[in-house]
Write a protein that binds this ligand. Structure first.
Ligand SMILES: [Zn+2]
Length: 259
């Protein structure tokens, strides 16, 4: 079984010149299944310096990985703690937009949706884990077990959140294109992900304890600079940087459509 489909070009800029960057080990990862390789090969684009895995998992490998769900990704999770973290995200967005549809892609434990609803948004969730979709629907939140690429909505969204999503997707450009279509002209795109351009990242590398090289669900390690330029290349303008409270060494970025 070929478990990864190899990138022939940089997934962000299509450059064909890609170099070996380093290897990581995912055998300690909670979703690790010993039927897949524990070795992750990371590459770096010669042109845009983006760092990404040598390939993305095939459908079969994904089935093995998704057969387990991380505890923190289950609906509910540590619900009260997450409510506070989510509220601080929402409060960065409400000066720009404070009502309408809030679409959370990959809603995980559902905290951002629960909290957006409290703030007066109409929450809609997308997640590929069917169990999560069923559970959140049971709690009264509109949700779909669908890929963003196949998802259609009659009304436009005020906010789309990609909280720790972009680094999981084989081709992030497709995700931004979908968001562009689904968002209002004055809508907000919220993104969070690890930031490889931070002193803590460098320190973790030096001490050989950086967990992201062994993160089997990630295909990309974005730097803040590359994320900003990538947004720009795809019709968005980053308007606010922040430190994410969700996971270690993560950034959160608020972007608007570049009209
Ligand atoms: Zn590139």
């Amino acid at each position: 079984m070929s478990e990864r489909i190899i990138y022939k070009k940089c997934p962000l800029c299509n450059e064909q010149e890609i170099n070996f960057h380093k290897t990581g080990n995912c055998s300690e990862h909670p979703l690790y299944n010993n039927k897949i390789s524990s070795n992750i090969v990371w590459k770096e684009c010669e042109k845009c310096n983006h760092v990404f895995t040598e390939g993305y998992y095939s459908e079969k490998s994904l089935e093995l990985i998704f057969s387990k769900t991380n505890k923190v990704q289950k609906v509910g999770g540590p619900v009260e703690k997450n409510r506070h973290i989510s509220s601080r995200i929402i409060e960065k967005i409400i000066p720009s937009i404070s009502s309408g549809i809030w679409l959370d892609v990959g809603f995980g434990n559902g905290s951002l949706l629960f909290t957006a609803k409290e703030y007066g948004f109409r929450p809609i969730g997308l997640d590929l884990r069917k169990e999560n979709v069923d559970q959140i629907k049971y709690l009264g939140i509109e949700a779909y077990c669908e890929d963003l690429e196949n998802f259609k909505l009659k009304e436009k969204c005020s906010v789309i959140s990609l909280a720790d999503v972009l680094e999981h997707t084989p081709f992030p450009k497709k995700i931004l294109d979908c968001c562009n279509k689904l968002l209002n002209d004055n809508g907000i795109l919220f993104l969070s992900m690890p930031n490889s351009e931070s002193i803590i990242w460098d320190m973790m590398n030096k001490n050989n304890v950086n967990p992201y090289w062994g993160e089997l669900e990630h295909y990309h390690n974005f730097s803040r600079s590359r994320l900003y330029s990538f947004l720009e290349e795809n019709g968005f303008k980053a308007v606010r940087y922040g430190v994410s409270e969700r996971y270690r060494v993560c950034m959160e970025v608020i972007a608007k459509k570049n009209l």
